[in-house]
Design a protein around this ligand. Sequence first.
Ligand SMILES: NC(=O)c1ccc[n+]([C@@H]2O[C@H](COP(=O)([O-])OP(=O)(O)OC[C@H]3O[C@@H](n4cnc5c(N)ncnc54)[C@H](OP(=O)(O)O)[C@@H]3O)[C@@H](O)[C@H]2O)c1
Length: 375
Amino acid sequence: MAFTVAGQRRICTDFPNGNDYLVVAEINHHYWGIARRHYALAMEYRRLGSSGMYVSEITYGNWITHGSQVEQDAAAKCVRAALDSGITTFDTADVYAGTKAEVVLGKALKGVRRESYELLTKVYWPTGPGKNDRGLSRKHIMESVHASLKRLQTDHIDLYQFHRFDYETPLEESLRAFDDLITQGKVNYIGFSEWRSEEIRAALKIQDEKGYSRFVSSQPQYSMLWRVIESEVDPVCKANGIGQIVWSPIAQGALTGKYLPGKKPPAGSRATDKKGGANMISRWIRDEVLTAVQNLKPIADQVDLSLAQLAVAWVLQNPNVSSAIIGASKPAQIKENVKASGVKLSPEIMRDIDRVLGNLPERDSSKTVSPKPRA
Ligand SMILES: NC(=O)c1ccc[n+]([C@@H]2O[C@H](COP(=O)([O-])OP(=O)(O)OC[C@H]3O[C@@H](n4cnc5c(N)ncnc54)[C@H](OP(=O)(O)O)[C@@H]3O)[C@@H](O)[C@H]2O)c1
């Protein structure tokens, strides 16, 4: 958490190992940028939408990695690196790695003071073969939340999210189930992922009419290359106190510059992961995109950031973004990417990035979709 007092900045970090709010530095504002990059202790925190809960500007998420690409030992090292870097927010989902990702995260966080971190998970995608093992029916929500709590070894979830919109379940049924979970104390806050603006508006109307708890967060894909929320979803959210917790800010690794045009992907990278990662990142592994990413390098150099840091810093320039969810298969990636927290990019740098990327960024709001019929 950062407080600005008459040109001075006091950085307080809630260390998850038990030391509460340790004041680690008080630095003249002028030297702030330099100090941040060299000492890298100071994660900044933002309120999640209009809620009272703070999240770290950078969240660590475990899609594709935990329980699939990397196993418990490597996952535990990444979680430790995240905690040591000031990350307090962790995102997972019931469906990741066929439910194994929650188990891995639960084990990795065991022993960490529960109040010192925020746990986010989701419900919607199939977790079993049955017709009721999916979607947003009351039955599946209630069964899935209990299974998630067990796998995560906790008695509450800080943010529970609809992982997509369900076109089969009456919206009121899903919203009431989420509201009941808040009343029961199993869930603190609620949100959704990849909902369209009209779906968000319809849900807010029901929540207000019925007196249900309102959404405080939205989890869309957002990066320099994928800007589809900017015209519709983001404005509705902003007007309603809903913060964005955005996924794939470095386009699954494509914005790090490690994938070179015309060259084979580096061994061990997501683009070589046959368990699913290679398929997921394939949209970005094309020469046109990879050449543009290489052309961003001089801009990153100008502000003394790596390409990965520039990509994460770019999403954090949007004030309605509460947090950027990074993935990582190795602790070193986390240590590098967290240094994007607190970075301010000038309007000139933002314009230079746009100039290099040209027409590559996707901006079409109709690309926000949920499966029809339900997955
Ligand atoms: N709501 C949804 O529908 C949804 C969908 C997708 C993701 N998410 C959430 O968002 C999280 C992040 O997604 P993501 O993993 O795609 O995010 P990302 O941060 O864009 O990509 C992460 C991957 O990029 C590579 N990487 C990261 N930092 C690097 C560095 N400094 N140098 C080189 N390579 C680096 C690593 O892959 P390799 O080392 O394997 O190459 C890493 O696993 C997920 O874990 C999940 O929590 C949500």
